[in-house]
Design a protein around this ligand. Structure first.
Ligand code: PGA
Length: 248
């Protein structure tokens, strides 16, 4: 079974609503590719105009964050039903900035993965090690621990619809990309973990992205690796280069 490639932009805290609509117009013809799932994960305030702007195109919309309750006294938060109602399909969970700047731990991230599936949102679950862990040589253990915690209680059917993004923190926004071999090593390890935790069918189905300074110049080599099924792209998702990554 061939896995469908998924190229997702993580716009982070960039683009006002009107700038977001402009970017959709700029990218519209560049991201056409029916063989690839193309996703724009956008700031909450951009969701409604972006859903409108990509209507009738091959682009799906994702959110960058949400909270695990459906409604209530959670000032500043956005719920899964709100995202669903607005037309959101994907949700990024556990991106390293959420973990490091906003203190999200693996317990909350696991709750978010469960809530996303229960709500019909497709999670893009992020994992990845710091430069210190990479240098210490303990990065594989770290990522194994993240995946074990984050997928606690997740069923095989759910995992088969999961996207996992391997994003080494030292490569995010730094211009320093993992080599294709470094990225493939960890993506393959994650797939082997899924085989151990579930079975071969689940491992074959789960889609694994690489993220961290992926750009128009390095995308084709990264995406040529057998266990890299796509990319989660920050900086380059805000530029016409994103179209080249989609079509790499
Ligand atoms: P980057 O960000 O492509 O700017 O390195 C990737 C990410 O954080 O998802």
């Amino acid at each position: 079974m061939a896995r469908r490639r998924i190229i997702a932009g993580n716009w982070k805290m960039n683009k006002t609503p009107s700038e977001a609509v402009e970017l959709c117009a700029t990218l519209k013809d560049l991201v056409k590719n029916d063989a690839v799932d193309v996703v724009y994960c956008v700031p909450a305030i951009d969701i409604v105009p972006v859903v409108q702007a990509v209507k009738g195109t091959n682009v799906s919309v994702g959110a960058e964050n949400f909270y695990i309750e459906d409604k209530g006294a959670f000032t500043g938060e956005i719920s899964a039903p709100m995202l669903k109602d607005a037309g959101v399909e994907y949700i990024i969970i556990g991106q390293s900035e959420r973990r490091d700047i906003f203190g999200e731990n693996d317990i909350l991230i696991n709750q978010k993965v469960k809530k996303a599936f229960a709500s019909g949102l497709k999670p893009i679950l992020c994992c990845g090690e710091s430069l210190a862990l990479r240098k210490a040589g303990t990065y594989k253990e770290w990522i194994k621990r993240q995946i074990t915690w984050d997928l606690d209680g997740i069923t095989k059917d759910q995992v088969m619809n999961l996207v996992i993004a391997y994003e080494p923190i030292w490569a995010i926004g730094t211009g320093e990309t993992a080599t294709a071999d470094q990225a493939e090593e960890v993506c393959r390890m994650i797939r082997e973990m899924i085989a151990d935790m579930y079975d071969a069918e689940a491992a074959e189905a789960v889609r694994i992205q690489y993220g961290g300074s992926m750009n128009a110049a390095n995308a084709a080599e990264l995406l040529s690796k057998p266990d890299i099924d796509g990319g989660l792209i920050g900086g380059a998702s805000l530029k016409p280069d994103f179209g080249q990554i989609v079509n790499a």
